[in-house]
Structures are given as C-alpha cells and as structure tokens.
Write a protein that binds this ligand. Structure first.
Ligand SMILES: Cc1cc2nc3c(=O)[nH]c(=O)nc-3n(C[C@H](O)[C@H](O)[C@H](O)COP(=O)(O)OP(=O)(O)OC[C@H]3O[C@@H](n4cnc5c(N)ncnc54)[C@H](O)[C@@H]3O)c2cc1C
Length: 468
C-alpha cells in the first residue's frame, strides 16, 4: 500500500511527490496520463524526437529537469506514465481507492491497476475555457491551449495567418509559441479593457515584484510582441468567425466593460486560423467523485494545508484555483509534506501566499463577464460534439421547466458527446443562469474515456494488485 498516491504529473504533482518523499513517505506513486511528466506548462517533444534546444521553449526548464531527475532516480517513488485514472471509489474513514488504466489510450490493451493510498493528492490541473460565438465550430478555430500544445509538443503551427483572442495572461505564451513555429500572428485581442486591467493588475504593484519570475516572464512575452510587431488590442473580442469550409475571417468588435459588443464597431480580419481562450476551469471530476467540496469557479476547497473536505484527500495546483505554474509548485510542496504526515516548510507557505495574490489579480482583471452571452444568437452551436444550438437549449429549458442538467442532456444531448461537457458545460450553465443548477456539468463518474470491455473487465476481475 503506497503512503501517498498523486494523480497528475504537472508542476503541482511533481512537487507533491518529491515533498512527500522528503517528508518521510516510504512509498509514493505518481500517476500521469501523458507519456512524460511536466504537465501543460512543461509540455515538450517526446524523448524519441527530442530537441537539443528544448530549454529555449520553456521558463524554468532547468528546474523541470532537476525535478524529473529527482523523481526518476528515487527508488521510493514510482512514476507511472501513460496511466489514466478513470475513477475513484469512496470509502468511509479512508481515502478512496484509485483505479487506473495503464498503456497507450488508443493501443490494443491497457493494464488495470488499483491503488489503495494512505493519502491521495489530486493534481489534475485545469481545462481551457472557450466562450462560443457564431462560427466557432468552423475548422480553423482552435483553443489557444490546443495551439500551444501543438507548438510545444509537436512543433506544428495551426495556421499561417493567426489571430489570438480571449482573456488572460495565457494569451501571451500562446502568441510566443505560434511565432516560434513560424505563424504570422496578425493580432492579439484581450476582452478586458484598460480600466479593468489597470484595476486588476495595478493594485499595490510593488507586491508584483515578490512574484519574481512572473514579471520577467511577462516582460519576455512583451518583447516578443514588440519584435514581431504584433498589434495588441484591449477591450475587444472575436464575436464571429466566417468561412465556407473553414475559417477565412473573423469579426473583431469593441466590447463594453461587461463584454457586450458595441454596436457598429465590428471589423473583419482575414485569417486562416483563430485561437481563443477565456481562462481555465479546474479539472475536478475525480475530486467530485471523491466527494470533495467545491468553491467558486468550480475549484476544490482546501484549508491552509491543502486538505479537502474528505479526510486523506488533498489537492494542489490549478484544481484549487487558477494561478499558474509557480503557484502549482508551491501548493505541491505544501500538499506533499502534509500528505506524508509532516509540516510544510514555512518558505513554501510564504511563497504560496504571495502567488495567491497573483491569482487574485488574474481573476480581477480577466474573469469572464456576462455580456458574452449577447455574442450568441439562437442558431449558434454551443455543444459542438452533438451540434446543439443556444436556441435549442433555451427552448428545452423553457419547455421542460426543469432545473436539472439530466433532463436538459436527455432532451437536447448537450454534453453527451466525446468531451462529456468539458468544453460546452460552463457555457451551457452560463447561458441558462437562473435555470440550471450551477456546477453540475463538471460531474462525470467516469473521468476519462474508456472502452466498454475495460469497464466489463473491471467489474469481473478487479485486478487490485495494491489492495491487501
Ligand atoms: C492546454 C493548456 C496549455 C497550457 N499552456 C501553458 C503555457 O504554455 N504556459 C503557461 O504559463 N501556462 C500554460 N497553461 C496553464 C498551466 O497548465 C498551468 O499554469 C500549470 O501547468 C498548472 O500546473 P498543474 O500541475 O496544476 O496542472 P497541469 O500542468 O495541467 O498538470 C496536470 C496533469 O494531470 C494529468 N491528469 C489529469 N487528469 C488525469 C487523470 N485522470 N489521470 C492521470 N493523469 C491526469 C494531466 O495529464 C497533466 O499532466 C496551459 C493550460 C492548458 C490547459
């Protein structure tokens, strides 16, 4: 039985596993869905196609190499990659059992493993949030995260003439990644206007210096923007994409402070790809399945020791709120020490406090505003997997009079497709504010896609190698 099981090998999970070992855990297991650790922040080319200049693509690459080397050479730490945790079973008075499938997701066979942890730390990160607009289902419309993942993980540019739009500091690394793989970025469009940005980022600016690397990182991106003459527009958004078979142009409009388009300000920009991102949503399905209480924005509620409402279950990183990789690392240090039964280092607690201030600024400056709903007309597709329009959703809610997500899903099929509502869920809830019970679209008893045969095998054999 492992002392500590960590799910997620991003910055938060890596820091957690190492801190748990350093605090005295005898056996730590780190489970990661990808073929290497690093998470979204340190996503990189696979070992068989490695790039000697990989370090130039990342901030803190040396730190990543050190963390990974420390994990891999530690005999008390088992790193299980290509392993998807698909469910957790709640138990009274003990942390839940953790069920994983190990092997290539699209391969012939995966091995089932079940872990019985002394303490469970969930560090599953976040999904990107993208607000729908007419034409966002055209080929050539990407999330900024997908464009960044293709740039960092494959060295592929999603287009030749690309506009980046949405809200939040993440737009900047996405622009830098696109430029690095040879795309011409014709503009970056931030939905929040100068007044809100000044209020969010400008409050007590001297505190920003304490975040150290973040200011340097930001300055680096601004230099890239200037060197490549990328025009930057504030208080504007992409409110429609146009094209026959794929995107050929987008309409960029000025937005009011609540993100409603200002009539008569729409301007067409020719592109062959557009990347949009409106922040992140914590990836909370395993935490919900474990019974953890959620707070604002779908983040898992934790105490000052990263403990959730479920005894023996802790969380770290973007699952507890969106704050970037440095905060994820600091939270991991705290969670790992506590999961191993020790006390977190005071330095880690101080760093976490400083970086949480950074997260508060992101929220104040960039959180989604309700006016986006006026970009969407009745014909706009909201659930792209199942082709469900905003009109169909509103009609179903009116006709059934139900507040339940289940009846909405069954009547419209929204959220029943491959993404299981990860992409459309927050938009559906937002469009039906006051109708639908909030937060329900994140409930998914099965956290990742699995084959029916794998589910049947689980029921039949329960290959619980780690269960006494
Ligand atoms: C698509 C995308 C791209 C991003 N790119 C950047 C960037 O370039 N620069 C930047 O500053 N920030 C980027 N971010 C934000 C960045 O993710 C965070 O700031 C940082 O990586 C958070 O660290 P974390 O450890 O909390 O989560 P993550 O780094 O997201 O790590 C979570 C890990 O958990 C794993 N996982 C999740 N569910 C399971 C499961 N069921 N079973 C097994 N493993 C699981 C995932 O594979 C992932 O590796 C990106 C975010 C996204 C969503």
């Amino acid at each position: 039985m492992p002392d500590v099981v960590v799910v997620g090998g991003g910055p938060a999970g890596m820091a957690t596993a190492l801190a748990a070992r350093r605090t005295g855990a005898q056996r730590v297991v780190l489970i990661e869905a990808g073929d290497d650790v690093g998470g979204q922040y340190w996503r990189h080319l696979p070992a068989r196609r490695s790039d000697p200049d990989e370090g130039e693509w990342h901030h803190g690459w040396r730190r990543f190499l050190d963390l990974r080397a420390a994990l891999l050479r530690d005999p008390g730490c088992e790193v299980v990659t290509n392993a998807h945790v698909w469910s957790v079973d709640r138990r009274d008075g003990r942390p839940p059992l953790v069920h994983a499938l190990v092997g290539e997701a699209d391969g012939q066979s995966r091995a089932a493993r079940t872990f019985d942890p002394g303490a469970l730390v969930l560090a599953t990160g976040a999904h990107e949030r993208t607000l729908p607009f007419p034409g966002w289902d055209l080929p050539g419309v990407y999330t900024a995260g997908a464009a960044q993942a293709l740039a960092k993980g494959e060295r592929v540019a999603v287009g030749r003439r690309v506009l980046v739009a949405g809200s939040g500091p993440f737009l900047l690394p996405a622009v830098a990644g696109l430029i690095r793989v040879g795309a011409q970025v014709v503009g970056v469009v931030e939905a929040s206007g100068p007044a809100r940005l000044a209020k969010g980022w400008g409050a007590k600016p001297w505190r920003l210096t304490a975040t150290g690397g973040k200011a340097v990182e930001l300055a680096g991106y601004l230099r890239v923007l200037a060197a490549h003459r990328v025009p930057c527009r504030l208080g504007a958004g992409v409110v429609a994409a146009h094209g026959a078979d794929r995107v050929e142009s987008v309409t960029v409009a000025r937005l009011t402070p609540d993100w409603s388009p200002v009539p008569g300000t729409g301007r067409r920009v020719e592109v062959d790809a557009v990347c949009v991102s409106h922040g992140f949503v914590p990836r909370a399905e395993l935490a919900i399945a474990a019974g953890c209480a959620l707070g604002g924005g779908g983040a898992v509620e934790v105490d000052d020791r990263q403990r959730t409402s479920v005894p023996g279950v802790l969380t770290a990183g973007e699952l507890t709120g969106i704050g970037g990789a440095d905060l994820a690392l600091a939270e991991g240090l705290v969670a790992g020490a506590v999961a191993a039964g020790g006390e977190p280092a005071p330095a880690a607690l101080r760093r976490r406090t400083v970086l949480r201030g950074f997260a508060t600024r992101i929220d104040a400056a960039h959180a989604v505003r309700p006016g986006w709903r006026s970009w969407v007309d009745d014909a706009t597709v909201v659930c792209r997997c199942e082709d469900v329009t905003a009109g169909a959703l509103r009609r179903a809610a009116e006709t059934t009079g139900s507040r339940g997500l289940r009846s909405l899903k069954l009547t419209t099929r929204a959220g029943l497709g491959l993404c299981q509502g990860r992409t459309c869920g927050p938009a559906v809830e937002d469009l039906l504010t006051g109708v639908l019970d909030p937060g329900r679209t994140a409930h998914r008893p099965v956290a990742v896609p699995l084959r029916l045969g794998e589910l049947a095998d689980h029921g039949r054999t329960s290959n619980r190698e780690d269960v006494p």
